[in-house]
Design a protein. Structure first.
Length: 206
């Protein structure tokens, strides 16, 4: 995927702030220190478009990025480690429920998990919740450069089993350090965004 432009459109805290354009969208979800910002920056060939932080839970809005003036990446608040009040967490939950359950433009969700560790309870709950809403999920197992290549197959098998992944949902090992998995991730994202089944047209190529 050649990236000619990528910019943050809006950081939305409520549904009224969601962009009104009908660009197809890919949401990105994961616990707060899983490497979501690094994944976005690596895919888009940008150094700091999505800001990385040492403070878990920094992303507290849905950040809409417009890519090539044709589609959106939507970075949603990280789960599991955000140190926020119960009221703030409840507000996020309502906004995310609306987004994931009724956003017509949403074509798939990239869910990131850490390849080095067993999926957390929150990872499992999130995957199950997304599938409950009938969403296509692209699983990205980050930081695979931190484990020996000889253990990659086992890591994928364990993650798939622990999440009880459904057939048709891909699982990709990824490293923002080496670029491992970047092309495969783009292939799955492009298919979700622009396939005839998703869009009903054949006039878009990546």
């Amino acid at each position: 995927m050649k990236i000619s432009s990528a910019e943050l459109v809006i950081s939305a805290a409520k549904e009224a702030q969601f962009p009104g354009t009908m660009f197809p969208e890919i949401a990105l979800s994961g616990r707060s220190n899983v490497g979501k910002s690094s994944f976005i920056n690596t895919l888009l060939n940008r150094k700091d478009l999505a800001r990385t932080s040492q403070r878990p839970g920094k992303t507290q809005t849905l950040n809409f990025y417009v890519i090539n003036d044709r589609f959106h990446f939507v970075d949603v608040p990280g789960y599991g480690y955000a140190k926020v009040s119960k009221a703030e967490r409840a507000a996020w939950g309502r906004t995310l429920e609306i987004f994931f359950s009724s956003r017509e433009q949403l074509k798939a969700v990239v869910q990131l998990v850490d390849s080095r560790h067993k999926p957390s309870e929150d990872d499992v709950l999130m995957y199950d919740w997304l599938k409950h809403h009938g969403l296509k999920v692209i699983l990205i197992a980050t930081k695979c450069d931190k484990i020996p290549r000889g253990k990659w197959a086992k890591a994928k098998k364990d993650i798939s089993n622990d999440l009880n992944m459904q057939a048709g949902d891909p699982l990709i090992l990824f490293s923002s350090e080496t670029g491992q998995g970047k092309e495969e991730a783009w292939r799955e994202i492009k298919e979700a965004l622009f396939s005839k089944e998703q869009r009903g047209t054949s006039d878009v190529e990546g």
